[in-house]
Design a protein around this ligand. Structure first.
Ligand SMILES: Cc1cc2nc3c(=O)[nH]c(=O)nc-3n(C[C@H](O)[C@H](O)[C@H](O)COP(=O)(O)OP(=O)(O)OC[C@H]3O[C@@H](n4cnc5c(N)ncnc54)[C@H](O)[C@@H]3O)c2cc1C
Length: 325
């Protein structure tokens, strides 16, 4: 590991001011950053430890909605009583991720900004446009069975690894941060991006931004939401595919629906086309299947990840069937 300087941030503004220096990185729980430093994927010369900043609260709003401090741990959030009752998909997504020990350490802000698990990104001997722009993408013709089928680019087929982000995309969360020009907020849909020709950029946050909170809007339909994840083994593994869903059926007809998919794209994939196809349709397995197919029309599977197309379809249909009253 390359030598680096360490500073414990005393206040957010000071931390952001320090981060304008190139080569600096925030440290929260450290469960992703430190791994990447050990692998040599990232080599900051200054670590700004933000773990003492006052972002550890979950606040409920009067009219519904939640403000979650960026340093709330994944365990704390998953077991929070309001999250479990009003946003169960968020709790289920967190509990489906990593292990108990990691969740005790991992924070909300760090979870959203964790880097892709694409093995070519993590292997310094391989070409990766995300790690070294312009170097190429060995994943495209290589071992890509867990990589993207939607919204990828010739430069990058990496997937976003966060389970939490999928549930947050389903409930239209927003991310609050302090950037170089002061406090601001961004919808989770605009936070994450398709790789395009800049796969080195995971998000649209201005460089050096410090995430302070995630806000969940009041969302009545989310009270019955669910998260379902498929992975290579039963626990302690990243998703091969996942679905966050909320469904409101009235007299056999889909009144409202929310769907987001994980492990299929560079961003948590809100299934807007499937939602449009379902609103007003009979709540039947046939409608669920047609809607999933509609979303998958733009899928571009590669040699070894075509299984994700039926996986996402079946996962979506199965979960919506279970949720149908
Ligand atoms: C073996 C293993 C299995 C895992 N399995 C899963 C899984 O199944 N599902 C899943 O979703 N995750 C999984 N994870 C990932 C884990 O959830 C993340 O590593 C964790 O959430 C990151 O949080 P952290 O606080 O430790 O972040 P850190 O490692 O401290 O930081 C991660 C990144 O975020 C930046 N950062 C952190 N906080 C802030 C902030 N407030 N503002 C701006 N930037 C910030 C850091 O600079 C760094 O770039 C797994 C991890 C491991 C090691």
């Amino acid at each position: 590991m390359k030598p680096f300087r360490y500073e414990l941030a005393e206040d957010a503004e000071g931390a952001v001011a320090t981060m304008v220096r190139p080569g600096a990185a925030y440290l929260a729980g450290g469960t992703n950053l430190v791994d990447l430093m050990k692998l040599g994927v990232t080599a900051p010369d200054l670590i700004v430890d933000v773990s003492d900043l006052p972002y550890r609260e979950v606040e409920t709003f009067e009219g519904g909605g939640l403000r979650i401090g960026a340093l709330v741990t994944n365990s704390e959030l998953a077991t929070h009583p309001v999250v479990r009752t009003r946003y169960p998909a968020v709790s289920e997504a967190l509990l489906a991720g990593a292990s108990g020990q990691l969740r005790n350490r991992a924070t909300v802000g760090g979870n959203l900004l964790q880097r892709t698990r694409c093995r070519y990104f993590q292997d310094l001997t391989k070409a990766c446009n995300k790690r070294i722009p312009g170097s190429g993408c060995d994943a495209r013709d290589g071992e890509h069975h867990d990589l993207a089928i939607l919204g990828a680019s010739p430069q990058c087929i990496a997937t976003n690894p966060s389970d939490l982000a999928v549930a947050l995309a389903m409930v239209d969360a927003s991310v609050h941060y302090i950037g170089p020009h002061g406090p601001a907020a961004i919808s989770v849909h605009d936070l994450f991006r398709r790789p395009g020709d800049r796969p080195d950029r995971d998000t649209n946050l201005p460089p050096g931004s410090l995430i302070t909170a995630v806000v969940l809007p009041d969302c009545a339909i989310a009270a019955g939401s669910r998260y379902r994840k498929v992975r290579d083994r039963a626990s302690f593994a990243f998703a091969a595919g996942s679905v966050a869903a909320a469904l409101d059926v009235r007299e056999g007809v889909v009144h409202d629906v929310r769907l987001a998919w994980g492990a299929v794209a560079h961003l948590p994939w809100r299934a807007w086309a499937a939602e449009r196809a379902l609103r007003g349709a009979p709540a039947t397995p046939e409608s669920f299947e047609r809607a999933a197919e509609e979303e998958l029309t733009t899928a571009k599977p590669l040699r070894d990840n075509g299984y994700k197309v039926p996986l996402l379809r079946n996962l979506t249909v199965g979960l919506l069937r279970e949720m149908t009253p």
